[in-house]
Design a protein around this ligand. Structure first.
Ligand code: GAR
Length: 219
């Protein structure tokens, strides 16, 4: 019997973070095994990438459920149970989850968000970072709680906002960091190295950061 955490990746779109997680989990020593990629849209491009990698896929279309989020989640839960999933990684999954679902998966569901939370929760994070004139931007991996993009933060990566950046160039710089950060964070989670203290996430045995500060402008 495999001791790796049976993990589902939930996607809505292109699935580049999913691909980064699949690549990491292709190593048998990686503590999470990806047993399912589940999409809420049949046209999610990531589904084909997952299938190419030989990973079981499922589609639970959210649209037909309309406002009945609980019924949509019940259909998802059936798929998750069918595959014996014990850990969930949201990777560009663009549906807000109910308190019932987040409660059922409390401490067992991660999300990646393209900003340095708690700055810029929600949508259009790169455009909002540019509009706000921040000099540092980035991404966060956090545990999922009922409040959107509010759960305890496990890990963050910061990038400089450069003169001349537009939404696309800034998004690409952040995305490259997402692809490094998420596999590391999922590994800590799957290996049981994450605990909660006073509502904050503590990661045991995580490596110290490689730089003490990222300054922009550099000085
Ligand atoms: C990623 O940038 C991810 O952080 C973001 O959607 C993108 C999905 O790209 N997620 C959110 O905004 C969730 N609030 P991907 O499908 O290529 O991984």
């Amino acid at each position: 019997m495999s001791l790796r955490a049976r993990t589902a990746i939930l996607i809505s779109g292109r699935g580049s973070n999913m691909a980064a997680l699949l690549a990491a989990a292709a190593d048998p020593a990686y503590p999470a095994e990806i047993v399912l990629v589940l999409a809420n849209r049949a046209d999610a491009a990531g589904l084909a990438r997952a299938a190419e990698a030989g990973i079981p896929t499922a589609v639970v279309e959210s649209r037909p459920f309309g406002k009945d989020r609980a019924a949509f989640e019940a259909a998802m839960s059936a798929e998750l149970a069918r595959h014996g999933v014990t850990l969930i990684a949201l990777a560009g999954f663009m549906r807000v989850l109910t308190e019932g679902f987040t409660g059922a998966w409390e401490g067992r569901m991660l999300n990646i968000h393209p900003s340095l939370l708690p700055a810029f929760p929600g949508l259009d994070t790169h455009a909002r970072a540019l509009a706000a004139g921040v000099r540092l931007h980035g991404c966060s991996v956090h545990l999922v709680t009922p409040g959107v993009d509010e759960g305890p933060i496990l890990a963050q990566a910061a990038v400089p906002v450069l003169a001349g950046d537009d939404e696309a160039t800034l998004a690409a710089r952040v995305l490259a960091e997402e692809h490094r950060l998420y596999p590391a964070a999922l590994a800590w989670m799957a290996a049981g190295q994450v605990s909660l203290r006073d509502g904050r996430a503590v990661v045991a045995a995580a490596p110290a950061p490689t730089a003490t500060a990222l300054r922009n402008p550099g000085c």
